[in-house]
Write a protein that binds this ligand. Structure first.
Ligand SMILES: Cc1cc2nc3c(=O)[nH]c(=O)nc-3n(C[C@H](O)[C@H](O)[C@H](O)COP(=O)(O)O)c2cc1C
Ligand SMILES: O=C(O)C(=O)c1ccccc1
Length: 418
């Protein structure tokens, strides 16, 4: 690109440009792995007086979403367990690692694709299950918006058990991008079996069983508001549409939604679940089975011995039990997994965080709240923007530091920052 004239203050004035602004670049001309033109496009569009449609940092996204959301729902999403030290620690844990730059690496082309359960994905990102994302968009079909963002980017969605639209409709909106179905194991085994059968029939690529949420954590913000969205009958479409769930009710959910919601509250969690139940869960499906909420290497080994296909290392974004930052558990989890895929989430806010989690051994990295803010601000387009920002920053971080592919990353490319 030719040099642009600068003013004394460093600002480029449009009338001084040597050439008219070039036509808008097409971000997709090399398909999704072409992330790094994203910032260049923002600068080029700026020449035409255009600003990015949505904020480019998670902090700004959250602040803007907070203005748009009902304050009680905002608190539900933003908040966490106890004094929220765990969720703050999840984010700051990334600052205790630094990436070691390498020069003259010929990193012009980067490959951020990953392989997971026999499929290649264009990026190492995933969208973590968010049980209320359905109501975070004004349409009240936020789950379908997430699925559309997945379809547009190739970034898989992990669809929660707690969606506003039934899992079958979410699966259709995913298009060609594989989705994963997240199971909250109810205390009614036949209902759990029905959910898994439906997920298989709908074409999901794997089942993620979340183990850390058989009851809600101690969440002061929600307690202050005395509010839990699901008790208002929200995000229960998978239950209300399920033949087994419906067979347990005297009146249909359409006729008596309050009774159906109460039935949900009674069946939602199963505090008695133990490793003895893993054989049953494993036997439910031939799809890849992942356990979410695993942070201890012994639990990884038990999971592996029980025949699971992947580990999802997470502390639920600090919303459930108080714990150490999830990132601190990742190296030992990866070591114990002995090559089994490990998905990581909790506290990922930047593309740099994505690279650090990959260097610590994650196979793929999931993001939670940030894409939810994107859904609030712009539906599928908003979530797509968030994903593209994360990917552009991850790609640039790898390239500028001299790492060409995820295979180049390892704990050796990181240093501990005191
Ligand atoms: C509002 C909200 C709802 C969530 N609902 C679910 C859920 O239904 N199932 C689940 O396994 N995890 C759920 N999670 C946890 C996320 O999947 C993920 O572990 C967490 O958000 C990651 O942390 P982050 O938000 O810091 O990225 C939820 C998280 C949030 C913020
Ligand atoms: O809010 C959550 O994080 C969540 O996963 C959940 C679990 C049970 C009921 C409602 C939400």
């Amino acid at each position: 690109m030719s040099a642009l004239p600068m003013t004394a203050t460093g600002k480029i004035l449009k009338r001084e440009l040597a050439h008219p602004p070039p036509a808008r670049l097409d971000l997709r001309r090399r398909n999704m792995p072409n992330f790094s033109d994203f910032n260049l496009n923002i600068y080029l569009n700026g020449l035409n007086g255009e600003k990015p449609r949505y904020p480019v940092t998670c902090g700004d996204l959250e602040a803007l979403a907070a203005e748009k959301l009902d304050p009680v729902l905002y608190d539900y999403v933003a908040g966490g367990a106890g004094d929220e030290a765990t969720q703050r620690g999840n984010v700051t844990a990334f600052e205790r690692w630094g990436i070691v730059p390498r020069m003259f690496s010929g990193a012009a082309e980067r490959d951020l694709s990953v392989e997971l359960f026999g499929r290649r994905y264009p990026t190492p990102l995933m969208m973590a299950p968010i049980g209320v994302v359905g109501i975070m968009h004004e349409s009240r079909h936020g789950d379908l918006e997430v699925a559309k963002a997945a379809a547009a980017t190739g970034v898989p969605m992990v669809a929660s058990t707690l969606t506003q639209d039934p899992m079958e409709d979410v699966a259709v909106a995913l298009g060609d991008t594989p989705g994963f179905y997240q199971l909250y194991t109810p205390n009614d085994r036949e209902l759990a079996e029905s959910f898994v059968r439906r997920a298989e029939a709908a074409g999901y690529a794997g089942i993620v069983v979340t183990l850390d949420t058989w009851s809600l954590g101690w969440r002061p913000r929600d307690l202050r508001h005395a509010s839990m969205p699901q008790l208002q009958g929200l995000c229960l479409a998978n239950y209300f549409s399920d033949p087994v769930f419906r067979s347990r009710l005297e009146k249909t959910p359409e006729k008596d939604p309050a009774a159906a919601t109460f039935a949900w509250a009674l069946t939602f969690g199963n505090p008695a679940l133990s490793w003895d139940d893993l054989a049953w869960l494993r036997g439910l499906t031939g799809l890849p089975l992942l356990l979410k909420g695993i942070c201890h290497p012994d639990d990884v080994r038990r999971a592996r011995d029980g025949g699971v296909d992947g580990i999802y290392c997470s502390n639920h974004g600090g919303r459930q039990a108080a714990s150490a930052p999830a990132l601190d558990f990742l190296p030992a989890v990866v070591a114990a997994a002995e090559g089994m895929p490990v998905i990581f989430d909790s506290g990922v806010r930047t593309g740099v965080d994505v690279v650090k989690a990959l260097a610590l051994g994650a196979t793929a990295v999931a993001v939670g709240r940030p894409y939810g803010w994107g859904i609030t601000l712009g539906g599928a387009a908003g979530a797509e923007h968030v994903l593209r920002c994360l990917l552009a920053e991850a790609d640039l971080t790898m390239g500028l530091n001299g790492y060409r592919s995820i295979a180049d990353l390892s704990p050796d490319v990181l240093v501990r920052v005191p």
